[in-house]
Design a protein around this ligand. Sequence first.
Ligand code: KIV
Length: 281
Amino acid sequence: MPGGASKTGTTGDRVAAVKKTTILDFARLKDEGGKIVVITAYDVIFARIFDEAGVDAILVGDSLGQVVLGLPNTLGVTMDDMVRHTGAVARGRKRALLIADMPFLSFQAGRDDAIRNAGRLLQAGAEAVKLEGGRNVEATIRAIAACDIPVMGHVGLTPQSIHRMGGYRVQGKAEAQRERLLDDAQAVQEAGAFAVVLEGMPSDLAAEISTRLEIPTIGIGAGPRCDGQVLVMQDLLGLFDEFRPKFVKRFAELSRPVSDAVKAYADEVRGGTFPGKEHSF
Ligand code: KIV
């Protein structure tokens, strides 16, 4: 048809119909008091499903290490891993904001390194990067943001600091720690981040940070008074059975139906009933 038109409209119509979420929507949602919905994804299939389900943002988290690569923690995740999976997610999502994690050692060794690695994630399709730390990474956030690369901060329980923290422990319970986390969140905002993840901290501390900051806070294990929430997709869908943290709500139990489907397939192959005539040429 002329001009690329089809029964469902022109390509332009279809693109226009998809209202892209940007970091400006994060700021607007905070101003309006709306909650921001974020979920992790690591591949094209789930990226497409989550995008169509209407989440505001998809995070390619370095939780990839545990939930996809089977590593004991996030420290072994590389830039090449993140670039590969960010590209896959980018090819599946149309509308949601795409944020990619900067893995361990991709930003700690120097600012030039950090800028180059953040840039690689944008070239792979991310629209923002996330990095862990507070006052200690202020200059790094500032340097990346100065290159027009939107940065999301991440304070509180920061999994890349597992050895300093002595395990995955709720942070900010003691008064001195609480003050440090308030200062970390403030530093991330001052450095130019557009949002910050608050992980593993008491609800009242996360609420105080969310009130003090102008940028939106996205909580995980940080109570209901953050400006939004993020969950790891395998936790939310009931696909990760090794442990069940208190802060996770399993909105489905998919391990069982997936296992049942594979058992049914195995039974039919072994019993000679699959493939049938209808599946054969
Ligand atoms: O790596 C990740 O998935 C994350 C979220 C849990 C915030 O950083």
